[in-house]
Design a protein around this ligand. Structure first.
Ligand SMILES: [Zn+2]
Length: 349
């Protein structure tokens, strides 16, 4: 029995030393210490040893077991360290790393930043006013009569909870022009002379949803008020913007139109980016419609507490999505793709 146990110990120790990896070490462990391992079976046999020798054999068996377990632990430590350093050897530190995927600003946000920068260069100040505002600022103060169709439930989102006797209902602003009278009130506070150069960019809301309209869109609104401000200033600003944003080869023109809050009012057109004004399939007559503009109506100045005999001003308000599409020459079949968060589309910008 002693010889058998010594034989098991020697065999186990040589297997352990020869183990090249953790897997074969684990196999060796099972082979000797597992449920039907060699040592386990030998220990079971001790009951058959004559009583007077049993204690001695028991002690020896225990020693053999301890020796094998210790050898296993030692070898396991050595092998796992080897495994680790082998892993490091495989890493070539001169290899370029894996770049994490980097996104970019949404193309509407990019356009807003670019537009802001263009107007800030000529002294416009970027402001923000409420996107949920009183009917008064959205309509009444802008010279809209009570029965004007823009106030229709089918045109504008009304917030039903409250109606103020003086300010009217609460609306989701249908245009950035709602910031005009708020800006006049701000400029007037404590000032002797009025000088406004406002750029108001905001989300606007209208009851519309089809391929060329979304219920939420962005507008940017310019408002300039001062002494002797005329249509010449308006036209100069339009030309400056069109050249800065669309490119030097693009021109603007104004043609008469009607808006409640400007007098006279104009539609602003830009020469087509494809044919540069010669006329093509996309534009037909060489021009693309940019949006509205005009000289601030005296009633709007009055609502803002500004003397229309002393001061004049101009305003314009255009869609961010619209100018963006006109610049890119994008023929988007469905404008709603801008807000669908489809990376296949967004990654192209
Ligand atoms: Zn064209």
């Amino acid at each position: 029995m002693e010889e058998e146990l010594i034989g098991i110990k020697n065999a186990a120790l040589s297997f352990i030393l020869e183990a090249k990896d953790l897997e074969s070490l684990e196999e060796t462990k099972l082979q000797f210490l597992g449920r039907s391992g060699k040592l386990t079976l030998a220990i079971k046999e001790i009951t058959k040893v004559p009583v007077e020798k049993r204690k001695e054999i028991g002690i020896l068996a225990n020693e053999v077991k301890n020796t094998i377990e210790e050898a296993l632990k030692r070898q396991e430590k050595i092998l796992s360290q080897k495994k680790k350093s082998a892993l490091f050897e495989k890493i070539d530190v001169t290899n370029p790393g894996i770049k994490p995927p980097l996104g970019h600003l949404h193309l509407v946000t990019q356009a807003i930043e670019e537009i802001s920068e263009i107007f800030e260069r000529i002294g416009f100040e970027r402001v923000r006013y409420p996107e949920v505002d009183w009917d008064y600022y959205a309509f009444s103060a802008l010279n809209f009569p009570q029965n004007h169709p823009a106030r229709d439930e089918w045109e504008t989102f009304f917030v039903k909870s409250y109606e103020d006797p003086k300010m009217g209902k609460i609306v989701l602003i249908p245009h950035t022009s709602s910031g005009q009278v708020r800006e006049m009130e701000r400029a007037k506070a404590g000032q002797k002379e009025i000088s406004i150069k406002m750029l108001n960019i905001a989300k606007c809301y209208r009851r519309q949803s089809d391929v060329s309209h979304t219920p939420m869109f962005h507008q940017f609104e310019g408002l300039v008020i001062g002494k002797d401000i005329s249509i010449v200033h308006l036209k100069g600003t339009l030309d400056y913007f069109v050249e800065s944003y669309f490119g030097k080869d693009r021109k603007s023109r104004i043609r008469p139109y009607h808006f409640q809050f400007t007098e006279p009012s104009f539609e602003v057109d830009v020469t087509c980016g494809v044919c540069l004004g010669k006329g093509c399939k996309l534009c037909k007559a060489g021009w693309l419609e940019l949006g509205g503009a005009g000289m601030v109506h005296p009633n709007v100045l009055k609502a803002g507490g500004i003397d229309s005999k002393k001061y004049t001003g101009f305003a314009f308000g255009w869609g961010v999505e619209r100018v963006l599409m006109m610049k890119q020459g994008l023929e988007i079949d469905d404008l709603r793709i801008l807000y669908s968060n489809d990376l296949r589309f967004l990654k192209q910008f």
